[in-house]
Ligand binder design. Sequence first.
Ligand code: PLP
Ligand code: COI
Length: 342
Amino acid sequence: MAKAKASELDWNKLGFGYRDLPYRWQDEYVDGHWLGGGLTADSNMVLNEAAQVLHYGQEVFEGLKAYRTKEGKVQLFRPSDNAKRLNNSADRLLMPHYPEEKFLEAVKAVVKANEEFVPPYGTGGTLYLRPFMVGTQPLVGVTPAENFVFRVYATPVGAYVKGLTPMPYVLSKYDRAAPAGTGQAKTSGNYAASLLPEMEAKKAGYADALYLDPKEHKYVDEFSGANFFGVTKDGQFVTPKSNSILPSITKRSLLQVAEDLGLNPVEKQLTLADLDNLAEAGAMGTAAVISPVGSLTDLDGKKHVFYSETEVGPVTTKLYNALMNVQLGDAEDTHGWVVPVD
Ligand code: PLP
Ligand code: COI
């Protein structure tokens, strides 16, 4: 694959895709410790045919972004939370921790080495960072690897969905086989299970599928790549409490932002009937940012419209601006979420 050239990119129309940037970070876990790692230009990884990850999916990953401020500086949003979650996921899959300070060193090094690919302020683009860890040991039996690779690559991205344009969504008839009871592991197997429901949803004209909890099929869980939120008719920010969803950093941030805005936020189990009490709804995540949910079609084909199928609601807009302003450095970072890349 040809290396990307910053001068050839249209920053306003990046889409959400992979580009082969000049540098990535790689570290290796051998004989019970990390070697230390460093930047490499090679975007390919050579794996043995029996590498654990290829067969049994011992993999964890994270997603975070680097943002360009109005002054031209570059900053990260809550990267330590990604480091902690990666290590929680690693525990679930019997993988070693990547030390938090090494995680921060790696992420910052990748941003700095590819700085010309951090999109300019005002374009809507950001530099997406993908830290991940895989079990590389050749194994035939279902056992955990003893050797691992940790890598961080970066790619410039635009909107994952359609920015602030409301989109139609559909309830999934499939379970997304999340690791039972943990809600912590972002594993490759976890995401492969959402490929079919997501593809069927897209073919039918929806932006994505919304999953119900896999145990009782009664409560709203989340989307394939984002958490769910709603704003009740009396102005309360609500988001599902569930141990089969990914603990989203964006969600945790919006719970705080909603608190700051006086929206009396609450995490609680939400049934489909509860959706009738929502004036607005949305998807939230690093990639999705805040993507308004215009409508949700249930398994009987009944369409539930939230604020509007064409216009974004006022509270969703407020939340979006409040979050983006901190991420882009346009508002004061009162919660200590921003980390400059110097
Ligand atoms: N849920 C799923 C399944 C995801 O893949 C993501 C994206 O990382 C999220 C939620 C949002 O999490 P975060 O806000 O930490 O990016
Ligand atoms: C993220 O938001 O970082 C994710 O992992 C979502 C993914 C579907 C791109």
